[in-house]
Design a protein around this ligand. Structure first.
Ligand code: GRF
Length: 181
């Protein structure tokens, strides 16, 4: 599959996908990267000579993607809501750092998820990778991985523990979907 990866932040999930591609963990190719801002993660696009666009404009994003015959968009820490137009044009998946539907929906993104999990003294959290529909964090779940966080002493510990599993889970889902594609 030809992949487009959308980011807004550090891009460690993007980095993990680039490394998985180099290691031939899957046959898919990351053809394009989109961000709504000059995100730190765009450094991985530049280092690996992957085309990227910084834009908040839907039409511009669609125009940019057109040339790459994208089979799947991967949201990896992408914060803006995805438009109906994009949802109707592409198959889209998202990675969320909790066991949805717990700690999902409005306001639950990135560190906010881990803060709420930690405050509630959860013993387990995890990662969810799901299809994207018009509702937030609501599409069909493709993969969920539970993580024992009983040993996490801080929100940072928790975020690190989950992120490690995210990196492993996302490449597994790409491998699974390319077989089905
Ligand atoms: C990850 O925790 C992901 O689950 C969430 O945003 C974070 C992105 O991290 N959606 P990175 O930009 O891939 O490092």
């Amino acid at each position: 599959m030809n992949l487009a990866v959308f980011i807004s932040g550090t891009g460690t999930n993007l980095k993990a996908l680039i490394e998985a591609q180099k290691d031939k963990f899957f046959t898919s190719q990351i053809k394009a990267i989109v961000s709504n801002k000059e995100a730190k993660g765009l450094e991985f696009a530049r280092l690996n000579h992957i085309a990227y666009l910084v834009s908040k404009d839907d039409d511009e994003i669609l125009e940019f993607l057109k040339d790459y015959k994208i089979d799947l968009i991967v949201l990896a820490g992408y914060l803006p809501r995805i438009s109906k137009k994009l949802i109707n044009t592409y198959k889209i998946i998202n990675i969320h750092p909790s066991l949805l539907p717990k700690y999902g929906g409005k306001g639950f993104y990135g560190r906010h998820v881990h803060e709420a999990v930690f405050e509630n003294k959860e013993k387990t959290s995890g990662v969810t990778i799901h299809y994207v529909n018009e509702n937030l964090d609501d599409g069909a779940i493709i993969l969920q991985k539970k993580v024992d966080i009983s040993g996490c002493k801080s929100v940072d510990d928790l975020a690190d523990a989950i992120l490690k599993i995210e990196h492993l889970s996302l490449k597994e889902v790409i491998k699974k979907l390319e077989v089905e594609n």
